[in-house]
Design a protein around this ligand. Structure first.
Ligand SMILES: Nc1ncnc2c1ncn2[C@@H]1O[C@H](COP(=O)(O)OP(=O)(O)O)[C@@H](O)[C@H]1O
Ligand SMILES: [Mg+2]
Length: 304
């Protein structure tokens, strides 16, 4: 099966000289059609940069990106915009609705860029608003809606073009748990329909909707685990355990604290080995650690 997304040694640098920031550091990532990937990692670890590159909002400084078999690493902005419009839907933490347009007009916006006539545009938008439970709010202005409703409108806008790849960067970041649940149920439905979903989240609980979780630190993917839908995978559970409180800051602290202990970090814990530590730095210490455990076990057996 050919993969939908293939990143090879993708780096993204900002600034230059002494002020260079390496937002992404030679990231390798392959994603198949139909996966639901949750991306976790501390603030500043490169999650949004990765989403923006995959979503063609940004380009790698170095490296290669193939989307559905096509090399898209160096597309001109116009070409990128077209591919984005046809196959990618974006959802952000801040809904980015245009305040002076009605909910219906906001949702219809991507179709306008596509050159669709008004009647069809509004009909298609009303129908997608029905899907997200906002049919009776279509003539409201964004500010008249709750946060959760605004995010669902933003999801409708992302879906109106029928994209097969949905990228959601902290979609529940501004929402209470009830509204988050609705958003997650929508993303889950999109996934069940056969689409590919990429979601950044700080909330380990939400990894239960994912089929795979990717953990980032300092611009690299440091851990990558597949997981049955409905279950919180091992590493995400550890992160939950590390989180003392429910505030955003504590969650971030939990994610940071734990990611420091992942193989490749200094205090690698062999208990994490159910998933895959990733990257050049991660591989060596992992092998060494695995040898160590085997040795210990042999010693124990020998003692008996
Ligand atoms: N436009 C930009 N200009 C300069 N540095 C940036 C820019 N965008 C992101 N960065 C830097 O790149 C790193 C990764 O950022 P980002 O991808 O936003 O992380 P995350 O989404 O995980 O919080 C950070 O150090 C951030 O400061
Ligand atoms: Mg971000």
């Amino acid at each position: 099966m050919s993969s939908l997304i293939e990143l090879k040694e993708v780096s993204r640098l900002y600034g230059f000289g002494d002020a260079t920031t390496v937002a992404l550091d030679e990231v390798d990532l392959t994603i198949n059609k139909g996966e639901f990937i949750a991306v976790m990692g501390p603030s500043g670890s490169g999650k949004s940069t990765l989403m923006n590159i995959i979503g063609l909002l940004d380009r790698p400084t170095y490296g290669n990106y193939k989307l559905a078999g096509q090399n898209v690493s160096k597309l001109r902005p116009g070409r990128a915009a077209k591919i984005r419009r046809d196959r990618i839907g974006f959802i952000f933490q801040s809904y980015n609705l245009l305040p002076k347009l009605s909910i219906l007009e906001n949702v219809a916006m991507p179709l306008l860029y596509k050159g669709m006539g008004q009647t069809r545009r509004l009909k298609q938008s009303a129908s997608i608003l029905e899907t997200v439970g906002l049919f009776d709010r279509q003539y409201f202005m964004p500010r008249q809606l709750s946060n959760g409703q605004q995010q669902r409108a933003a999801i409708a806008r992302a879906l109106v073009n029928n994209p097969s790849l949905i990228i959601a960067d902290e979609p529940t970041g501004n929402l209470d748990s009830a509204a988050s649940l609705l958003v997650m149920e929508l993303l889950s439905e999109i996934h069940r329909d056969g689409n590919t979903v990429l979601m950044v989240t700080h909330n380990p609980e939400l990894t239960r909707y994912a089929s795979r979780v990717v953990y980032m630190r300092d611009g690299s993917i440091v851990y990558d685990e597949e997981t049955p839908i409905g279950k919180v995978p091992a590493m995400a559970k550890r992160i939950m355990y590390f989180m003392p409180k429910k505030t955003e800051e504590d969650e971030l602290a939990g994610v940071s604290a734990l990611l420091k202990t992942i193989p490749g970090g200094k205090s690698a814990d062999p208990a994490y080995r159910s998933g895959r530590p990733v990257g050049k730095k991660a591989r060596k210490p992992q092998k060494a650690a695995a040898k160590r455990t085997t040795k210990k076990r042999t010693e124990k057996v020998a003692k008996r």
